[in-house]
Design a protein around this ligand. Structure first.
Ligand code: NAP
Length: 306
């Protein structure tokens, strides 16, 4: 099986070992005749000249396996006719659950109150998690892991997804119940993909439904929030603070108002990374399935965009 590593060169050293150990029958290449490849392993940033990958000459390829969970940069490529599979990696989901739980606890416990300024801020006892309502938008691999970690700490967790598909131990609201999901969100965790339906979804009118002083944590995609609406909403106190890991333009430009706003915490798209050691077996399984003509795992539905 001949596979093209269609990912930026700086990923080669991290991925080559785990991938070839997980799939020893694979010949993993960095270049070659497109018509000779059985599959592609893809990550955003390829090709590195900034151009768009043309999938047309990959006539023999049976699958394009993404190394990223988010596929918005490739699913809209009009030359892509091969099946596209997104990354589902236990290490990625665990990292996301830890990231969102950590920031949710910072919000919940009001950790920022304790400036090292000589003032003894006694008297106000932090609440316990069972008294705090958290909403998670997006109940896929990331959202489920995060919602269950938060529920495990005792938070009152509400999930929201297009389908409202049940998740053990969590109340999940469906598409038309977004307003209710937002009204409950003392802490809002956003783990939605970037699609035509989610773009600009949380506009000023929607943000105004959040409780005053609430926290918003966005680790899905930056396109969810119109930036000027979020800044206006923060000034109005709904939400009171935003932790933003993803942006419309990355890296976030140095002169962007998010860097200066006291109600914003910027993290540089580090919420969760695909871990080669846990992800390589997932890739190997899908490559083998493709070669054997068996059903692929984690296929993207191009009509939905995720
Ligand atoms: P996933 O398994 O495909 O789940 C997507 C979830 O979003 C599903 O629950 C889906 O609903 C829901 N959804 C999609 N469109 C919706 C809509 N219009 N209205 C309501 N719900 C909608 O994806 P995932 O693996 O959890 O990843 C989610 C996103 O996280 C990725 O697309 C990526 O953008 C982002 N991400 C970010 C980082 C980071 O470091 N910041 C790392 C990894 C991933 P259904 O369940 O009904 O289908």
């Amino acid at each position: 099986m001949k596979v093209l590593f269609a990912a930026p060169a700086d990923g080669w050293d991290r991925w080559q070992g785990p991938l070839t150990r997980a799939c020893p029958e694979m010949e993993l290449c960095r270049e070659g005749d497109p018509a000779g490849f059985d599959a592609l392993i893809y990550a955003p940033g390829y090709p590195e000249d900034g151009g768009t990958l043309d999938f047309t000459p990959f006539t023999r390829s049976r699958v394009v396996q993404s190394l990223w969970a988010g596929v918005e940069r490739i699913v809209t490529n009009p030359t892509l006719t091969q099946p596209l599979c997104r990354m589902v990696d236990p290490g990625l989901a665990q990292g996301m659950a830890e990231f969102c739980t950590g920031w949710a606890l910072r919000a919940h416990l009001g950790m920022d109150r304790f400036a090292q300024d000589g003032k003894w801020r006694g008297g106000e006892v932090p609440p316990v998690a069972s008294g705090r309502r958290v909403t998670v938008l997006g109940m896929g691999e990331m959202g489920r892991a995060t919602a269950q970690a938060l529920a495990g700490l005792g938070f009152q967790v509400t999930g929201w997804s297009a389908s409202g598909r049940p998740v053990q131990g969590i109340e999940v609201l469906a598409g038309d119940q977004l307003d209710l999901a937002l009204a409950r969100a003392e802490i809002l965790v956003c783990l939605l993909p970037d699609t035509a339906q989610t773009r600009d979804l949380l506009d000023l009118r929607k943000l105004a439904l959040m409780p005053r002083g609430s926290w918003l944590i966005n680790a899905g995609r930056g396109t969810l929030l119109p930036e000027s609406d979020l800044l206006r909403a923060l000034d109005l106190g709904r939400p009171g603070h935003a932790v933003l890991d993803v942006f419309r333009h990355e890296p976030l430009p140095q002169d962007h108002p998010f860097w200066q706003h006291p109600g914003v915490t910027v993290t540089p798209h580090i919420a969760a990374a695909t871990r080669p050691e846990t992800a390589a077996p997932v890739v190997a399984e899908n490559l083998r399935r493709a070669m054997a003509g068996r059903p692929l795992l984690h296929m993207v539905d191009p009509s939905r965009g995720y």
